[in-house]
Design a protein around this ligand. Structure first.
Ligand SMILES: [Zn+2]
Length: 682
């Protein structure tokens, strides 16, 4: 059904663009079912496998579309939003009167959709970048070039950005960080299991192909690809692993510029900062000083010519999705097909809508909000947030393991949380970015450079707590420890997370748990280390801290036993430490939203709907949010890189620990959905 709708409208869309007379009929598919009785597999006992019970038929009836590597309820909604955004962008290109914002996003989208203009340009957009790198004569010029690449948002060698000061969050400061690898995690370069060895081999072949497309002879390109792997392996070996990075103390190294420059002289940081577009500053946070000390030796040992090969690769890789079909396809073959198991590339229009959202999302987002998000949505969400905050207050009050001293501080932190709902108070001004209807690569790079400059401009200034880090159409939500705020973009405040006409049980099991999840992030293994102002500061008594750590250890061990993927290449279990914050937030969110729901329902008997009590509907709504199918390749990649557990364990992991769930479905001790040693933090 979906595929058919898409085919018909792809054709229509092409025709309309050329005749350009009237707006095409909207292609937005109907609303997504929020509580789907047809998704349930009634052959399964909910106390044996609740995920399978909630989602069994959904999984059977919703195979992964060929242009995706993972397909779940989030994706359904995201896809729904893509159609709405496409309508907005298509209309913005039609003749007639348009606002400046409409014209800008319309031109951007057009530049991406105009594949024949892109083919005609060939590799011309990339050529000046490669020439700049070829012209490097000294290591000082190498660092200048890295600064230039960073200003244009091309990642290379290390990372530089701004963020709130870890100890004085009111002030934003400069951060110097590890970086420069291309594969999604350092482990790909370091591990010696068969899959990692295969990945490196495929990666080298891929790098060679892109060098060839950029004009190098096969023999030369093959040697260059090996050089790239050697250089990146050195960077990977110097990098801190993901799990260690979750602990803020491992990232907390305030230094003066002079100190880090002296510790890693070969980086020529004075040259890097001389004209990199930042305001002048004297101190910064170096997230991983060891990276700079270790790579300092590599900078000296690796010949300049090899560094130039590496930088050329970083530029080619960054530009590949913006260039001709040959580049785009090679990029997809490796990153989409091999790394994620995606069978087909997404249709051009989807990629172009996403590119517009990622480049000009705070302009496109305004048009999206105007069309979809009413004040009513904001009010109802805010009311739920307040109810769930009240539940957390009660929950903290009831804890037997936490002293009153720490509780007082916890209340302070909870009361200070800022709730941002829907979209930012003021819209970003992109008027300084030149957007042309026939220059896709140029548009992408100028928009990216604009964001880098916006980020640099924040250095040594008061922190802007109103700045959002997700665009309004995004189907997601986030908590920022350094801001102590929770943020819900308009994109997620709709079915299947929230339905205007649905009963409270279903809405609390959907968006309610998401709210409780974000709130709990302020008090997970990472978030608890930040205070009410967002400063990295101990506010727990030593005794309470110990009690907390025991409880999260339980969760970490529990999830480490869950199998993420099992295929002919072996079994991969979840990393309970990497996913600890998210699992803690899932367990806490499920408890808090339930408490808030029960305080609304009170003692008044509520009739079952569709044969389910409100409590059962609550847990089922939660279960169905996480229905998903995923390729083995994508599951493997995520087991290594994603701090979230896969859908199955987000459900079964959390309900196993929930007495309210077990009561709702009458589960008995000894059944799989009743953990022998239930873990409970919040
Ligand atoms: Zn989360």
């Amino acid at each position: 059904m979906r595929t058919c709708v898409l085919c018909v409208f792809s054709l229509l869309f092409g025709a309309v663009l050329s005749s350009a007379q009237t707006a095409p009929p909207s292609s937005v598919p109907g609303e997504i079912p929020i509580f789907d009785l047809n998704a349930i597999d009634k052959n399964i006992d909910p106390c044996v496998d609740f995920y399978q019970y909630s989602c069994g038929n959904w999984m059977k009836n919703n195979p992964i579309p060929p242009d995706q590597s993972r397909w779940g309820r989030f994706n359904e909604l995201f896809e729904h939003n893509l159609y709405i955004l496409r309508d907005i962008l298509t209309e913005a290109q039609l003749p007639g009167k348009h606002s400046a914002t409409e014209t800008m996003v319309g031109n951007f989208y057009n530049s991406c959709m105009d594949e024949s203009a892109i083919e005609k340009k060939g590799i011309a957009p990339l050529t000046p970048e490669l020439e700049r790198i070829n012209g490097i004569k000294t290591k000082a010029e190498l660092i200048q070039q890295v600064a230039y690449l960073h200003r244009n948002s091309t990642p290379a060698l290390f990372a530089f950005y701004s963020q709130p000061d870890m100890h004085d969050s009111a002030e934003t400061v400069a951060y110097l960080d590890q970086g420069g690898i291309t594969l999604p995690d350092r482990d790909y370069y370091i591990k010696d299991d068969a899959k990692s060895v295969e990945t490196r081999q495929k990666y080298v072949e891929h790098v060679q192909k892109l060098f060839e497309l950029a004009g190098d002879k096969p023999g030369v390109a093959a040697a260059e690809a090996k050089t790239v792997l050697t250089v990146e392996t050195g960077l990977a070996q110097a990098s801190m692993d993901r799990t260690a990075r979750r602990d803020p103390k491992n990232r907390d190294h305030k230094m003066t510029l002079a100190e880090i420059a002296a510790a890693a002289p070969n980086f020529d940081l004075a040259v890097y900062f001389a004209d990199n577009g930042t305001p002048k500053f004297t101190s910064l946070n170096v997230t991983n000083p060891d990276f700079f000390k270790q790579v300092n030796g590599q900078l000296n040992a690796v010949p300049l010519e090899d560094w130039k090969v590496y930088l050329r690769w970083k530029a080619i890789n960054d530009y590949a999705p913006l260039l001709t079909k040959a580049f785009v396809e090679e990029d997809f073959q490796f990153n989409g097909q091999f790394m994620s198991g995606q069978k087909e590339i997404e249709p051009r229009w989807k990629r172009c809508v996403k590119a517009t959202d990622s480049s000009l999302g705070m302009a496109l987002g305004k048009l999206y909000v105007d069309r979809t998000f009413g004040a009513e949505g904001k009010e109802r969400t805010l009311k739920m947030v307040q109810g769930i905050e009240t539940a957390m207050r009660q929950d903290i009050g009831q804890l037997t393991w936490m002293s009153d001293t720490t509780k007082k501080k916890a209340y302070e932190k909870l009361n200070a949380i800022v709730n941002n709902i829907g979209y930012p108070d003021s819209w970003r001004d992109y008027s300084s970015v030149a957007i042309k209807a026939d220059d896709y690569a140029g548009n992408m790079m100028r928009a990216a450079a604009f964001e880098v400059q916006r980020d640099y401009n924040k250095i040594d200034k008061p922190t802007d707590r109103k700045d959002w880090s997700m665009t309004p159409p995004t189907v997601n939500a986030y908590y920022r420890p350094s801001m102590n705020d929770i943020n819900f973009p308009a994109g997620i405040l709709q079915p299947p997370f929230y339905g205007k006409l649905m009963d409270d049980a279903v809405n609390y099991g959907g968006i309610g748990v998401v709210i409780g999840h974000e709130l709990t992030h302020g008090f997970d293994d990472q978030g608890r280390k930040y205070d009410a102002e967002g400063n990295f500061r101990e506010w727990w008594t030593a005794e309470d801290g110990k009690e907390f750590e025991q409880r999260v250890d339980c969760t970490a061990n529990e999830y480490s036993n869950f199998v993420s993927v099992k295929d002919d290449q072996g079994e991969v279990k979840l990393n309970g430490r990497l996913t600890l914050g998210e699992n803690t937030a899932d367990n806490g969110g499920l408890k808090l939203a339930y408490m808030a729901l029960m305080s609304i329902i009170g003692d008044t008997p509520v009739k079952p709907i569709d044969g389910y009590t409100p409590a059962q509907r609550y847990f089922l709504a939660y279960g169905q949010i996480w229905c998903q199918n995923v390729t083995d390749q994508e599951a493997r990649k995520r087991a290594l890189t994603d701090p979230h557990s896969p859908g199955r364990w987000r459900i079964n992991g959390a309900v196993q620990n929930s007495a309210a769930f077990q009561q709702a479905f009458g589960c008995k001790a000894g059944q799989p959905m009743v953990a022998q040693n239930a873990c409970r933090v919040w």
